[in-house]
Design a binder for this molecule. Structure first.
Ligand SMILES: *Cc1c(COP(=O)(O)O)cnc(C)c1O
Length: 417
């Protein structure tokens, strides 16, 4: 059930996004929230400066590493989109993910993570293991695998709603119920679906992570990341909160620690310029999600019946192993897909014969992007990891952009001949 379906009186997703900025008051009547570039924030009275430091004077800023009015406007927009209680933006998705792991876990803790995660997240989990956090990477399409991995010192379960490039979908609801039962923090990287396509809070996620560099910003022109607290997790039960942040309403403890220890101390701050670009991009999220997911479905159906194609990984196809979960929980499907060729030797020639999609890494630009996976993003992982992750040598990932579906299909048709 999406925000717009919850109650007939509640405004729809796009209405909320495009009007969110002005509802907290508009400076000079500006229709779009202005970009604040000041690093320092000064006060007439020293008591107000103290209030800004101690957090007793709300809605104030002191040093831009901890946020500006521009990043704060984006944070409130993102909280609204995820129906969360608060958000913290970061310079990139990885900055947010690293800050989250490093501030909420410590040596001796145990983390259960999906074995199908973003390549750099996977690489960072190895760093985390080196720092003394035990990490179990499991097949999250099976909730039993998660249940079996849980130990007495498990603190957190981390999954991605739709894995790149294999499009695996975790048993989101069952894992949520398991986390609830065991009192574990359930963290969902919702980058591919976006809050338009899926709200992880509905399956009990405590924290939601997004790379804003992908479909939310949506134009391939700004990097960013965000962590949103859904309000579902009881922080008073979480042992890793510093005593300094165990004050007041426990609902705010997790984000407070993340803002201080993660953003302020680690410094992966989103610039105001990028925050503004992402906020403008986010206004058309619903339009771009609907368009790219319809195009992707048409392309997936075309590829699935093509004699040169061995397999298409796309959740909108009934042949997808987790199609039922996608149908139950996701609005539309995704702009991300991948496919395997029958003849692995044809992988690079097919890429080269495609004219419209750019041969590029990255995801969710306005332009379609393709990349041969084994030769690039999973090259460093090595053949064994690739086999374990089900990444075939002929696998081509497609990030579907805003081109007309007929043009894309015609291009794939000529490239596969
Ligand atoms: C891209 C991506 C990230 C990292 O985001 P950046 O903004 O590139 O740092 C994390 N998770 C997923 C699922 C992604 O696709």
């Amino acid at each position: 059930m999406s925000a717009s379906e919850k109650s007939p009186r509640q405004e729809g997703f796009s209405t909320q996004i495009v009007h969110a900025d002005r509802r907290g008051g508009a400076e000079w009547g500006a229709v779009h929230a202005p970009i604040h570039t000041s690093v320092q924030y000064g006060y007439e009275r020293v008591e107000d400066l103290i209030g800004a430091f101690q957090g007793t004077l709300k809605g104030t800023f002191n040093y831009a590493r901890q946020g500006t009015p521009t990043t704060a406007a984006l944070e409130s927009k993102l909280s609204q989109m995820e129906q969360g209680v608060g958000s913290i933006c970061f310079a990139t998705g990885m900055a947010g993910i690293c800050a989250l792991f490093l501030t909420l876990l410590k040596a001796g803790d145990h983390l259960v993570a999906s074995q199908f995660v973003f390549g750099n997240t996977n690489s960072f989990l190895l760093t985390l293991a080196d720092l003394g956090v035990e990490v179990s990477m499991v097949d999250v399409t099976k909730a039993e695998a998660v249940a079996q991995a849980i130990r007495p010192h498990t603190r957190m379960v981390f999954v991605e709603t739709l894995a790149n490039p294999g499009t695996q979908i975790p048993d989101l609801e069952a894992i949520g119920a398991l986390c609830q039962e065991k009192g574990l923090l359930y963290v969902v990287d919702n980058t591919v679906l976006s809050p338009y396509g899926f709200l992880p809070a509905q399956v009990g996620a405590g924290l939601v992570v997004h790379s804003l560099s992908k479909i939310i910003g949506g134009h391939g022109d700004a990097l960013g990341g965000v962590v949103t607290d859904t309000g579902r997790f009881d922080w008073s039960q979480y042992p890793n909160i510093f005593s300094a942040y165990r004050k007041g309403d426990a609902k705010g403890w997790g984000l407070q620690q993340l803002r201080k220890k993660g953003l302020r101390d680690m410094g992966g701050t989103l610039s105001s310029g990028a925050a503004h670009q992402i906020a403008v991009g986010a206004e058309t999220l619903a339009l771009r999600m609907a368009r790219t997911s319809a195009t992707a479905l048409a392309l997936a159906e075309f590829l699935q019946q093509h004699p040169a194609v061995a397999k298409v990984h796309y959740p909108g196809l009934t042949s997808h192993p987790q199609h039922a979960i996608a149908k139950k929980w996701f609005k539309g499907s995704s702009w991300l897909m991948s496919f395997e060729l029958k003849d692995a030797q044809q992988c690079l020639p097919v890429c080269n014969r495609l004219h419209l999609p750019l041969k590029a890494t990255g995801l969710a630009d306005t332009r379609s992007l393709i990349i041969p996976v084994a030769h690039t993003i999973f090259w460093e992982a090595g053949p064994e990891t690739r086999r374990a992750m089900g990444i075939a040598d002929s696998l081509i990932r497609v990030s579907v952009g805003l081109e007309d579906a007929a043009d894309l299909i015609a291009d794939f048709d000529q490239a596969l001949k």
